[in-house]
Design a binder for this molecule. Structure first.
Ligand code: SF4
Length: 472
């Protein structure tokens, strides 16, 4: 499979050259970062201890994933739900379309589900004659914007500004153009309400699956999740097999981490725990509940050097704090998941040969690792992916040659010292008195997208030797 993620460099270049996108991202940069920082500072206990607890819960699940999944299936089935398993995106589409056809469904309302993006479910539903309607405001904006892909996992339309949304709404809804956010959201709510009331099936993702109760948990700020899961007669949950947590108490711990890390909230506006089907005493709820539990590359990570990635609770903090994501946005990453977590997941789920640029789309500054609520060592995983690329001969020959020369030199100190001296002279000659090197002569590709500062002062080796002499 030749993924769009192959084209990161070109897409990143386009994003950098787009003044509208750059302006939109500039407003976002500090928003999420500041909100998380305040939430962590205001947390009543030790946030680092909470991160340790979150990591422990996720590791406990993933170490025995099969056990917790079996328990979940047993409990969910006992509450009247049907549990189905999907190996990949096409099986997700097959299951969902078969369920829709079984219940005579012609319209589905959807709350946000990244798995349905992985499966390109909307296109499959439309091809089967079933109308999908996105109801998360960001996803709805993208749907009416000719099905644009999301650029952020919790703020899918983060790349759009108010004017663009106002134009889209006016053109789509055929109503007078509004420019105030409350008026626009009211308009969206009125349009969506018709769909909520007329849809026969609701499709949601799931933030967590609770093994001990067979429940799915939805964490939203808009309330659309509740409409999708309670109004239609059929509710289909599509979620990855790794989303499971053993108990409600474990879920409570993770809920202290998720909103604080994602949006800086102590708690999200709506936290829905949905269990089974509508009971006799219930005023509303689905008559039929289906869980489509998806592998799509996840099971293969269990026991591998990349297992830690399965801890991810999709909070988005890593991308919010990533200087690369902050500058180029989500579309440059080319697939469903952007930012550092996306660089790892896209490589693992679509094949490292299809995402050659992504592990390199990072300065390895470790901001992502520091803020990840479940302590996923993202820079380490990115480094491992780079190693795997090199081992499989997937890097350009010039890069492999340079690394091999460097490795040989580094093992011979005298030769290394001589090469460093000559290298510094060469770089100074290229800089010609300026503090930046515009084109790196032997590797011009390096400076095509990066700054290369001219050498300043003495080399590390010279400084170290002189300090040793002073000490002596
Ligand atoms: S990798 Fe960590 S920080 Fe990034 S989305 Fe997942 S849980 Fe959040």
């Amino acid at each position: 499979m030749r993924s769009q993620a192959m084209f990161f460099q070109r897409r990143a270049g386009e994003a950098l050259a787009d003044p509208r996108l750059q302006k939109n991202f500039a407003g976002l940069k500090d928003k999420f970062v500041g909100m998380r920082a305040r939430a962590v500072a205001n947390y009543e206990n030790d946030f680092e201890e909470l991160r340790d607890a979150g990591q422990a819960i996720r590791d406990r699940v993933i170490d025995n994933l099969d056990v917790w999944l079996e328990l979940f299936e047993e409990k969910a089935t006992a509450r009247g739900a049907t549990v189905l398993w999907a190996r990949d995106g096409s099986e997700i589409c097959e299951h969902v379309i078969a369920i829709a056809q079984r219940h005579g469904v012609t319209k589905v309302t959807k709350s946000k589900s990244m798995l349905s993006e992985e499966a390109q479910l909307n296109a499959a539903l439309a091809a089967a004659g079933i109308q999908p309607v996105e109801t998360d405001l960001g996803e709805y904006i993208l749907q009416i914007a000719d099905n644009e892909p999301p650029s952020h996992i919790i703020a899918p339309a983060a790349h759009k500004n108010l004017d663009e949304v106002a134009d889209l709404f006016a053109a789509t809804h055929q109503q007078p153009r509004k420019t105030e956010i409350p008026a626009l959201t009211r308009e969206a709510r009125e349009v969506l309400r018709e769909h909520f009331l007329s849809a026969d099936m609701g499709i949601s993702g799931g933030n967590f699956l609770i093994a001990e109760t067979g429940s799915v948990v939805l964490v939203t700020n808009e309330g659309n999740g509740r409409m999708v899961t309670t109004l239609p007669k059929v509710h289909v949950v599509i979620t990855g097999i790794e989303k499971i947590v053993p108990t409600l108490a474990d879920f409570a711990t993770l809920m202290r981490l998720l909103p604080r890390s994602a949006t800086g909230q102590e708690i999200s506006n709506y936290v829905s725990v949905c269990t089974g089907t509508k009971g006799e005493a219930d005023a509303d709820g689905p008559e039929h509940t289906y869980f489509v539990l998806v592998d799509n590359g996840r099971a293969g990570l269990v026991g591998s050097e990349f297992q830690a990635m399965l801890r991810c609770i999709r909070c988005g903090a890593c991308m919010n704090h990533c200087p690369v994501y902050q500058t180029v946005g989500g579309h440059a990453y080319g697939w469903v998941y952007p930012g550092p977590m996306g660089a790892v997941l896209t490589s693992l789920y679509t094949g490292i040969e299809n995402a050659l640029d992504l592990p390199h789309a990072s300065t390895l500054c470790n901001q992502c690792g520091v803020v990840c609520p479940v302590k996923i060592p993202l820079p380490e995983l990115l480094r491992k992916l780079r190693e795997r690329q090199t081992e499989r001969g997937l890097r350009p020959w010039s890069e492999r040659l340079a690394l091999s020369v460097w490795s040989r030199l580094a093992q011979r100190p005298a030769l290394y010292a001589l090469a460093t001296k000559l290298g510094v002279r060469y770089l100074n000659w290229l800089a010609s008195g300026r503090d930046r090197i515009a084109v790196l002569g032997v590797a011009p590709g390096w400076t095509a997208g990066r700054d290369f500062p001219a050498p300043q002062g003495r080399t590390f080796k010279e400084l170290y030797s002189s300090r040793q002499e002073q000490k002596a």
